[in-house]
Design a protein around this ligand. Structure first.
Ligand SMILES: [Zn+2]
Length: 259
């Protein structure tokens, strides 16, 4: 039952036992994994994995919205050059984060617009992150507005966390919804509603490892093998066999990243 982890950060510093983690993923039939850059450094470390495991790991080039303040006059050209690497399948992760607010919002907007343009220039899908403070939808509203203004050409809403209206608008704009470990949390009622309602042709799976570990390992370090728990939960919510969820989401991920 092949699965694809469309968003994992095995290239970051939390994996001294990286080899074992990859072995467990392969043993669990996780056939492909995408490691997005969040800084220029992690763009480079994402290449190392893609070169060690050809055909298994793929890269995405981007500066995370929390790191938007590190953007300089030369960053666009650097990302553009890096994204010509043959293992690059997407631009990101980029987006808007009003939760941590580590970068001023106007800078986040400028940097997001630049990523959207780069994705269009390179003809690659975008990997988007969006997070807001509880009770506020400003980040979600701004994200949709900027995608429309820049005429973005699609990609994926990573770690999908919006409501049904946001899900529908995302799909309309050509974005897949990526469900991760949060889907397995009992209190994720809005997310469960979205997962039960949306057209599965627009859904992919991810872990966002090392974070957001699914039940039953919630609170521990996450790893790609655990994407199976997300598939199980989606199968339960849709009342479908997990093999069917695997078939659909794997085909979607292949289409999204043109593997
Ligand atoms: Zn991420």
């Amino acid at each position: 039952m092949p699965l694809i982890d469309t968003h994992t950060h095995l290239n970051l510093g939390d994996y001294d036992d990286r080899k074992d983690v990859v072995e467990r993923a392969l043993a669990a039939d996780i056939i492909r994994m995408v490691t997005p850059g969040v800084t220029l450094e992690s763009c480079f470390s994402s290449f190392a994995l893609a070169e060690d495991y050809p055909g298994v790991f793929f890269s995405a080039m981007g500066i995370h919205p929390q790191e938007a303040h590190t953007w300089t006059a030369s960053t666009y050209a650097q990302l553009n050059e890096l994204s010509q690497h043959p293992t690059v399948v997407a631009i990101g992760e980029t987006g808007l984060d009003y939760y941590w607010d580590t970068s001023p919002q106007d800078i986040q907007h400028t940097v997001l617009r630049a990523h959207i343009r780069l994705a269009k220039e390179r003809q690659l899908p975008l990997i988007l992150h969006v997070r807001d403070k509880a009770g506020s939808t400003a980040a979600y509203d701004d994200l949709l507005r900027l995608l429309r203004e820049e005429e973005a050409q699609g990609g994926v809403m990573h770690c999908f966390s919006g409501d049904l209206a946001f899900a529908e608008q995302s799909i309309e704009l050509g974005f897949y919804l990526a469900f991760g470990g949060v889907l397995t949390f009992k209190n994720a009622k809005v997310l469960h509603e979205v997962a039960q309602t949306v057209d599965l042709q627009h859904v992919v799976l991810e872990t966002d490892a090392p974070w957001l570990t699914p039940a039953p390992f919630r609170g521990k370090r996450n790893e790609p093998a655990y994407v199976r728990f997300v598939a199980d939960k989606l199968a339960e919510l849709r009342n479908l066999p997990v093999s069917e969820i695997a078939r659909i989401t794997t085909a979607n991920a292949q289409r999204l990243f043109r593997f």
